[in-house]
Design a protein around this ligand. Structure first.
Ligand SMILES: *Cc1c(COP(=O)(O)O)cnc(C)c1O
Length: 332
């Protein structure tokens, strides 16, 4: 069956590079949302624990509950529980109006909209938000923001950072204490000269697919995920035979052609694609199969999702997260 291989060695290598940058493994919060970017939530949570990572970030409460025992804190980015979860679980506040929907006693982290204009409260409503949080009986455990262009050359990153720092100064002035401050995703962390926040929320760098313009001079990271498929069947075909749906794959010469057990039903894109070894897929991608010249028992679809993403005109995040959770994940 098709298989996602997880290189624990590459993951530990990346985590090391990240911890060098944060200056402590204690400051690394691994982002495990969306099935750990397709790598497998529980598999990656266990590897993270092995690497000494103490903090996790997920999208939903259901994800948090699956990995609760493995971390000291788990930040839920986009979900509101029915009843207050355990104190380790912290709920991000994305919207001023949503504060009153969060159950009393919940630990919360307030997101500030410093310029991305997706989620978070306006900096001008900081005080008002603090009051509302208190009135609702919630406990503030962190203040955070997110950058819109940390991976692109330009000034956005710097002015957003300034806005966040202003909020932080204001918090200091009014005596807010004991909450963690965090703004960095992978790209922001690696373009920060001197990291001085409490945690960094790192996803893509840990998975080894951080793509940034060369001028940023970031350390080379190693892809954790590779995707493989097994041979289903093989046949010998004459020149001009047509393979697959619509007969779209026309053979130029007589060839041995095999089918492999991955398709768009597994989240693999339906577009044309060339394997890392140079062979192009023949004809259309089916729901559960692709065709390739040759008769190898196993083929590698990619060993670096960034390379595949270039072919499909997208980003590695999309290629990895769209892979079906039903594909088997194995740690190698
Ligand atoms: C997904 C996400 C991250 C991680 O981003 P990477 O680019 O993968 O490091 C960090 N913070 C927030 C709020 C996110 O949604």
């Amino acid at each position: 069956m098709s298989q996602i291989r997880i290189s624990s060695r590459n993951f530990f290598y990346n985590v090391n590079q990240i911890a060098n940058k944060t200056q402590s493994i204690k400051k690394v919060a691994l982002v495990l949302k969306d099935n750990a970017y397709g790598h497998g939530l529980v598999i990656m949570a266990k590897l993270a624990q092995k690497a000494g990572i103490r903090h996790a970030v997920v999208r939903t409460l259901a994800e948090a509950l699956k990995i609760e025992s493995l971390f000291e804190s788990i930040l839920v980015l986009s979900d509101i529980p029915q009843t207050a979860p355990s104190p380790k679980i912290r709920i991000a506040i994305n919207d001023f109006g949503a504060i009153t929907s969060i159950p009393k006693g919940t630990n919360v982290e307030l997101k500030i909209d410093t310029g991305m204009h997706r989620n978070g409260i306006e900096p001008g409503r900081f005080h008002e938000s603090l009051e509302k949080i208190q009135k609702q009986g919630l406990k503030l455990t962190g203040v955070m923001t997110h950058y819109r262009s940390a991976d692109e050359i330009g000034s956005d990153f710097f002015w957003q950072k300034k806005v966040f720092e202003k909020v932080r100064e204001e918090a200091l002035r009014i005596g807010i204490d004991g909450v963690r401050w965090h703004s960095c995703n992978s790209a922001a962390l690696f373009r920060t000269a001197q990291f001085d926040e409490d945690i960094a929320r790192v996803g893509i760098a840990a998975y080894g697919c951080l793509d940034m313009p060369g001028s940023f001079r970031i350390p080379k990271l190693r892809p954790v995920m590779s995707l493989w498929a097994d041979r289903i069947s093989t046949r010998s075909l004459n020149a001009r035979s047509r393979v697959g749906y619509g007969g779209k794959g026309v053979l130029q010469k007589s060839s041995t052609v095999s089918s492999y057990d991955i398709g768009y039903g597994d989240g693999w894109p339906r577009d044309d694609y060339v394997l890392p070894d140079g062979r192009a897929l023949i004809g259309r991608v089916s729901m559960d199969a692709i065709s390739v010249e040759g008769s190898d028992d196993t083929i590698c679809l990619f060993s670096d999702a960034s390379d595949a993403a270039v072919q499909f005109g997208t980003i590695s995040y999309e290629i990895m997260t769209r892979l079906s959770p039903s594909i088997k994940r194995v740690v190698v």
